[in-house]
Design a binder for this molecule. Structure first.
Ligand code: ZN
Length: 57
């Protein structure tokens, strides 16, 4: 599970997908109340891209 805290409100951030570019990014789980977003961290991106080798799947 990805645990990144929102820098603005401290709530956990969740993976969202930009519908126009198909790119994943992190958005605050309090959205639309909190509109904080962050680019997907590189290590998380690699973990998701390497899905076939994910432990526990
Ligand atoms: Zn937030």
């Amino acid at each position: 599970m990805i645990t990144v805290s929102c820098p603005a409100c401290g709530k956990p951030m969740i993976v969202r997908v930009n519908r126009s570019t198909d790119e994943e990014f992190l958005g605050c789980s309090e959205w639309p109340k909190c509109k904080e977003t962050r680019p997907m961290p590189e290590d998380v991106k690699m973990r998701l891209a390497g899905a076939p080798t994910l432990p526990g799947f």
